[in-house]
Design a protein around this ligand. Structure first.
Ligand SMILES: *Cc1c(COP(=O)(O)O)cnc(C)c1O
Length: 435
């Protein structure tokens, strides 16, 4: 299988190039040349398959030309080594918990699979691969945990000093081994600027092999489609339309759902639920896209004013806004509504949700109010509420027990190197560290 750029200027390329370079030269995003149709029998048997079996079936459909199935099995076994759970709250309403991985957010799916895939793609090469990641929190933790201990790959994480939560900082800075954390005296944009300059530094790149692990890498998209197939399997005997609400920021999660539908998985409709950063719902209304600087909200992993995966969505729909509207509905909600929904869901179902998931519930609710057909609704829960105790606990009036995955980080000692926002300091650090 070859990978094309949504920019439509760069030539199609190999899986290895698409995954290790991450982004095409023309500024577009990689997508597979065609989206394979899954076997009918595979789809009919989804109900009885485990997440790992689903992951292997989908991976093979995309990657079997490039990677032998026995190796794919290994990639899947090592990366998808945690649960996904579908909880039915009432007749019309289920929630898919994608947060049972090591960092308790759905980003574990993408980061773990990408780490194992990259590890396979560089086998037999003697040059070490260095992954540079700028993070405002969650991406860095998932990447750090996913790449931990992978031979031949070193990860350097840049995070803004004082601007990540205490528990996020522990997850970023206590891994050790091949993971190094840099505490940058600046904001997230400063971190990102350092990474971009390093990638543009041809002298540096002659000596060191650099790669990125951000959310636009195709290797992070594919594994997110696994749980959409899992949903469809579990709700196979549903009565009405299967409608999935996705708390969205950069729209990678939603794009994976759209891809799953194109593979032949029976999903009827998607809801792109956003916080006050409402460029997507505005785009659906007007047909025109205006990116803007992001606003800070309670659901901060969704504070995105220029969602990169919009390029993929437009490409998949050949930029036909009417077609996009048929498959996706979208609404925006503010922090007040987000808080209120956390309270309502706790009261009604004795179920605790985090602020991102709450935006997802709000979106589904809005859809149900106007739906003319029978609907089986699913909200994708993207993070465990224990990751956001400072926002959730005052609302529900209870403390949230800290799950063992998070507790183990809290006990460890932070290890981070201070870094100024001067590029020369960063460059010197890379040269010294990478040897
Ligand atoms: C990253 C993230 C999102 C947004 O996902 P996208 O794929 O960028 O739309 C939502 N919720 C949580 C908890 C996240 O970490």
């Amino acid at each position: 299988m070859r990978y094309i750029s949504t920019g439509q200027v760069s030539l199609p390329t190999s899986l290895k190039e698409a995954v290790l370079s991450g982004i095409p030269d023309d500024g577009g995003l990689y997508l597979p040349e065609t989206i394979p149709q899954l076997d009918k029998h595979f789809i009919q048997s989804l109900e009885s398959l485990s997440l790992q079996e689903i992951a292997l079936g989908i991976s093979a459909a995309f990657l079997a030309d490039d990677i032998p199935v026995t190796q794919l099995q290994e990639i899947v076994t090592r990366s998808m080594n945690f649960d996904v759970k579908l909880k039915k709250l009432d007749d019309q309403l289920s929630v898919l918990e994608t947060f049972h991985g090591p960092t308790m957010a759905f980003k574990d799916f993408g980061a773990r699979f990408m780490a194992q895939l990259m590890s396979f793609l560089i086998r037999g090469e003697d040059r070490e691969l260095t992954i540079l990641v700028a993070t405002s929190g969650d991406t860095g933790s998932a990447v750090a945990s996913g790449f931990l201990g992978i031979p031949g790959i070193r990860v350097i994480i840049l995070y803004p000093e004082g601007k990540v939560s205490p528990s996020q900082e522990k997850q970023l800075t206590t891994q050790g081994q091949n993971i190094t954390a840099l505490e940058v005296a600046g904001n997230f944009d400063d971190c990102q600027r350092q990474v971009k300059r390093a990638f543009a530094d041809s002298e540096l790149r002659q000596v060191h092999r650099l790669s990125s692990a951000n959310s636009i890498n195709f290797a992070r998209l594919l594994p997110q489609s696994f749980y959409y197939a899992y949903i469809a399997g579990k709700l196979m005997s549903k009565k009405g339309d299967l409608v999935v609400s996705v708390p969205s920021g950069n729209f990678g999660n939603l794009t994976a759902g759209l891809m799953a539908k194109r593979m032949g998985i029976p999903l009827d409709h998607f809801i792109a639920s956003t916080n006050r950063n409402d460029v997507f719902p505005k785009f659906l209304q007007s047909g025109e896209f205006f990116p803007r600087p992001s606003d800070q909200t309670l659901s901060n992993a969704m504070d995105v004013g220029d969602p990169s995966n919009l390029a993929r969505i437009r490409y998949l729909f050949k930029d036909d806004i009417q077609a996009i509207r048929t498959e996706i509905s979208s609404w925006s909600f503010d922090d007040e509504q987000t808080r209120e929904k956390i309270a309502v869901i706790f009261e009604r179902f004795n179920y605790i949700i985090d602020p991102h998931t709450s935006v997802g519930f709000l979106g589904l609710n809005q859809y149900l109010e106007t739906a003319k057909k029978e609907v089986e609704g699913v909200v994708i829960s993207t993070a465990h509420p224990a990751k956001f105790p400072e926002s959730v606990e005052p609302i529900i009036g209870e403390s949230i027990p800290v799950p063992p995955q998070l507790a183990q980080y809290l006990e460890r000692e932070k290890q981070a190197t201070h870094m100024s926002i001067d590029y020369e300091d960063f460059r010197q650090f890379l040269t010294d560290t990478l040897g």
